[in-house]
Design a protein around this ligand. Structure first.
Ligand SMILES: *[C@@H]1O[C@H](CO)[C@@H](O)[C@H](O)[C@H]1NC(C)=O
Ligand SMILES: *[C@@H]1O[C@H](CO)[C@@H](O)[C@H](O)[C@H]1NC(C)=O
Ligand SMILES: *[C@@H]1O[C@H](CO)[C@@H](O)[C@H](O)[C@H]1NC(C)=O
Ligand SMILES: *[C@@H]1O[C@H](CO)[C@@H](O)[C@H](O)[C@H]1NC(C)=O
Length: 359
């Protein structure tokens, strides 16, 4: 396979795994990054891991700017696939939620689609990284008769969300995805669309230089926080909580659809678990307690060092979380998803090995 693929936001946590999988599958990759500084450590790793890989980087300093991607598509007229993983959000305490979340998320997606429409004459398929936040209906949380899946939509509107930072984040994700579906429909776009809608993404960084920046309040950092607890940690144990998936599965769902018609128009939801929220245990559900307990199973040497946890019946606690299923995704992909235990093991091992190497 030598088709040429554009990967936006290629220095991101998910994108670095996507980049690796694309090169391993023989695709030629054009990656966009915000600055050459971002590309430099990636080039070093790729030279080692993919010495014959075909890749190059293009700088797109601000993807939310109008026409941000025009030059890239004008230069690379032979792009066949586009994977849009870049999702900027700029935190500024003095800025409004609109400036922090909605504008960057929606403008970035619109900008890439407009450039494709203008110059990407050979683009056949676009995969956009969306989020479980675009799927989950919080109005129905705790309602076991409502199962979130590939067909459900977060009903939130910007008017309902804009006064609250957390809601603004989820609304911006939903609205950015909605914009993409509306765009191709109303413009009769010739290229097809697939979205990937991951919940909390856990798992190892593709390259250990990523560990340095896993200090944001991201899922990757939850494992780090659990490793830093002490036995007298007082909680909270029930938070953070949600549904989770493995970054390597998320990356696979970006690469698998390329060139395959059955993925056109699909939303893919990576998560391990076939439970429907009733009796069956759903492997994708987590809270801080479960991370702590899992760490002590996967790394027995941590027992007596980190917090043992504090919730007696954690299965009951977990059972209350979001109900979901992802039969469409599992039927299409036939993937066997990583288990929570393997995901946590691999993420923790990378952190512990890295820390040992720094001593
Ligand atoms: C259709 O394309 C135009 C120009 O590229 C864009 O400005 C517009 O927002 C698109 N329509 C929708 C509904 O997204
Ligand atoms: C898309 O196709 C429909 C039906 O053929 C047509 O009415 C509409 O004008 C087209 N839209 C654009 C933006 O070309
Ligand atoms: C970080 O995550 C914790 C746990 O979910 C949350 O309580 C806190 O508000 C978050 N902080 C920021 C700055 O988002
Ligand atoms: C999910 O995880 C369980 C272990 O908790 C594993 O046995 C099962 O095969 C996984 N399911 C899928 C669909 O990958």
């Amino acid at each position: 396979m030598s088709a040429k693929v554009l990967l936006t936001g290629s220095s991101g946590f998910i994108a670095l795994h996507v980049l690796d999988q694309l090169l391993a599958a023989g695709y030629e990759v054009v990656g966009t990054v915000r600055s050459d500084e971002k590309a430099e450590p990636i080039r070093k790793e790729l030279a080692k891991e993919h010495p014959n890989g075909k890749y190059q980087f293009e700088i797109v300093a601000d993807i939310a700017a109008p026409n941000a991607f025009d030059a890239v598509f004008q230069k690379h007229t032979d792009l066949k696939y586009v994977l849009h993983t870049a999702s900027p959000f700029s935190f500024g305490l003095t800025k409004s939620n609109e400036e922090n979340y909605l504008i960057p998320a929606t403008h970035g997606t619109k900008s890439v689609l407009e450039s494709i429409q203008k110059y990407g004459k050979n683009v056949e398929h676009v995969v956009v990284t969306s989020s479980f936040a675009a799927i989950v209906n919080r109005d129905r949380s705790g309602d076991a008769s409502f199962i979130n899946d590939e067909k459900t939509w977060n009903p939130i509107t910007w008017e309902e969300a804009h006064n609250d930072a957390a809601l603004s984040y989820t609304a911006s994700k939903k609205l950015a995805e909605k914009l993409a579906w509306d765009f191709i429909k109303e413009n009769n776009s010739t290229f097809k669309l697939t979205t990937v809608n991951p919940p909390y993404v856990f798992g190892p960084q593709k390259y250990s230089f990523g560990l340095a920046r896993a200090s944001l309040n991201t899922s990757a950092d939850f494992v780090n926080k659990a490793l830093k607890t002490t036995t007298d940690y007082k909680g909270p144990f029930a938070q953070p909580a949600g549904v989770s998936c493995d970054v390597r599965d998320v990356a696979k769902l970006h690469v698998l659809p390329l060139g395959k018609e059955e993925y056109h128009g699909q939303r893919l939801f990576p998560i391990n678990g076939t439970g429907y929220g009733y009796e069956e245990y759903e492997d994708g559900k987590f809270n801080f307690e479960r991370i702590l307990r899992t760490l002590q199973e996967t790394h027995p040497e941590l027992k007596g060092k980190i917090s043992p946890g504090g919730i007696k019946d954690n299965e009951a606690e977990l059972a209350k979380l979001t109900y979901y299923k992802n039969k469409i995704t599992t039927d299409l992909t036939k993937l066997k998803f990583y288990t929570f235990s393997d995901t946590i093991h691999d993420a923790a091992k990378q952190i512990l090995d890295f820390e040992a190497s720094q001593k």
